[in-house]
Design a protein around this ligand. Structure first.
Ligand SMILES: Cc1ncc(COP(=O)(O)O)c(C=O)c1O
Length: 452
């Protein structure tokens, strides 16, 4: 018999879990209250309040695939800094390389020898010959859109409902019943994203064609699979059809691999032989130093070069003093040469497959009719909702109360899920016992919620 939990049961359990959280985390609470005196909302960044507890955990340290909080509690980490620490916390090889660079000059306004190697390694992995750097993936995406406008002479961008590409104004958009709407997050931006952006559903190639036919789209930007509204996979041929449609209408086809780098050393692009005009990388790419990179196809690099030749390289400046500096490039070099290797990805895929199998077994045992999707080292699941093919359905299907309970139940028993989603990110150090702990807890929670 397929079933869903009762709202009242979710709420009753949630109330208990909130109490447990408060009892178990006195030091986190004290730090949160102290921070309230001088930090807006008591946190360095507002969204840090969005974790499942009534106040955020304060972290003390992290190593491999585990985090320890300031109350001395240990957690299996399936959040991994939301991809920023995907390859493991506190790595000695990365720390050593960064320390060496810091000791010999982090920022000199001059390129270092590492830069050429990093460019070559990225070109080799992603099949795009020319690279530039940014401070964050948000920043890189903003630069990609700017270059697309510069070379095409057009203003607008086309994005997919449910996307997230960072906090740039063009991407603060959603679609309500097929009508573009500004996201509530756009508060304070001077431009309404509806003036810059068209939005359609993922996997809807007819809608893509229709918007492109308007003739004012400079760039179609997407993740190869949406990862910010559950995981929505592309239907076979969809990405290639978007690429071809974009090119027919002189628009740049931009892939954001900030999250999908979890698919392999060359991301989803290399794994599925996609041929984008640009690729964006960020989060883990420099081993913890804020840095990002974006690659350009030969054709696009030539067009950008022509625009730059008109203005001069120092004038068409994209990025600032701390963009692509020696420390960031050293971080990328150690990550590319020693960490983000085939061997590391092999370990991550094995662990991610074990989670996928574990969750599937738990859902079957508990007669749940939901879904589990593995995208490389990323496993997304929902016991009660089937897999989605677009952002509209994915967003509409989210049950905030159940999700909060799931996260808090796990957290109170030593397992951190990726926040804002029911997602496990798997590191090379994730152990079999960590995976079994997660599956066991999911089983316990479903058993507790199942009406007798
Ligand atoms: C697909 C994608 N692109 C870009 C970003 C922005 O990354 P950052 O916040 O590091 O700039 C995110 C953040 O989650 C993302 O998921």
């Amino acid at each position: 018999m397929v079933w869903k939990p009762r709202e009242a049961d979710i709420q009753a359990l949630l109330d208990q879990e909130i109490q447990t959280f408060e009892t178990d985390h006195p030091r986190s609470r004290a730090l949160f209250e102290a921070a309230g005196a001088h930090l807006l909302n008591g946190v360095p960044l507002n969204w840090m309040r969005r974790w499942a507890g009534p106040f955020p955990l304060y972290a003390d340290r992290a190593s491999g695939a585990h985090v320890t909080d300031v109350d001395g509690l240990d957690y299996v980490d399936f959040c991994m800094g939301d991809t920023a620490s995907l390859f493991g916390h506190g790595r000695a090889d990365v720390a050593q390389a960064l320390k060496a660079r810091l000791a010999t000059g982090a920022s000199m306004m001059l390129p270092t020898a590492d830069a050429a190697d990093v460019g070559a390694s990225l070109a080799d992995r992603f099949g795009l010959p020319t690279w530039q750097f940014a401070v964050s993936a948000t920043d890189a995406n903003r630069f990609v859109l700017r270059l697309a406008r510069a070379v095409t002479g057009k203003r607008k961008v086309l994005l997919f409902n449910g996307c997230y590409h960072g906090n740039l104004v063009e991407a603060l958009i959603t679609s309500k019943n097929g009508v573009a709407a500004a996201s509530p997050e756009m508060v304070g931006h001077e431009v309404d994203p509806r003036e810059t952006t068209e939005v359609v559903e993922f996997n809807d190639i007819e809608a893509v064609e229709r918007v492109l036919a308007g003739g004012d789209i400079a760039c179609v930007m997407t993740e190869p699979a949406l990862t910010n509204c559950r995981v929505v996979l592309p239907e076979p041929g969809f990405l290639e059809a978007v690429r071809q449609a974009a090119h027919r209408h002189d628009a740049i086809f931009a892939l954001d691999e900030t999250h999908t780098i979890c698919c392999g050393p060359g991301g989803y692009t290399a794994l599925h032989d996609i041929k984008p005009d640009t690729v964006t990388l960020g989060k883990p790419i420099a081993g913890g130093v804020p840095a990002a990179a974006y690659g350009l196809s030969a054709d696009l690099a030539e067009r950008v070069g022509a625009v730059m030749a008109e203005t001069g390289p120092g004038i068409f400046a994209i990025g600032g003093t701390l963009t692509g500096h020696a420390l960031a490039i050293a971080g990328m070099r150690v990550m590319l040469d020693h960490v983000m290797t085939e061997k590391t990805f092999g370990q991550m895929m094995e662990a991610a497959e074990a989670i996928e199998t574990g969750v599937n077994d738990v859902l079957a045992k508990n007669e749940c009719d939901g879904h589990v999707i593995r995208l490389g080292a990323r496993v997304c699941y929902d016991p009660f909702v089937k897999a989605m093919t677009n952002g509209r359905h994915a967003l509409a299907s989210i049950d905030e109360a159940f999700d909060r309970l799931l996260h808090l139940y796990m957290l109170n028993r030593g397992v951190l899920l990726t926040p804002f989603q029911n997602m496990c990110l798997v590191a090379p150090q994730t152990a079999r016992s960590d995976i079994d702990r997660h599956s066991g807890l999911l089983d316990d929670l479903l058993t507790a919620l199942r009406p007798s």
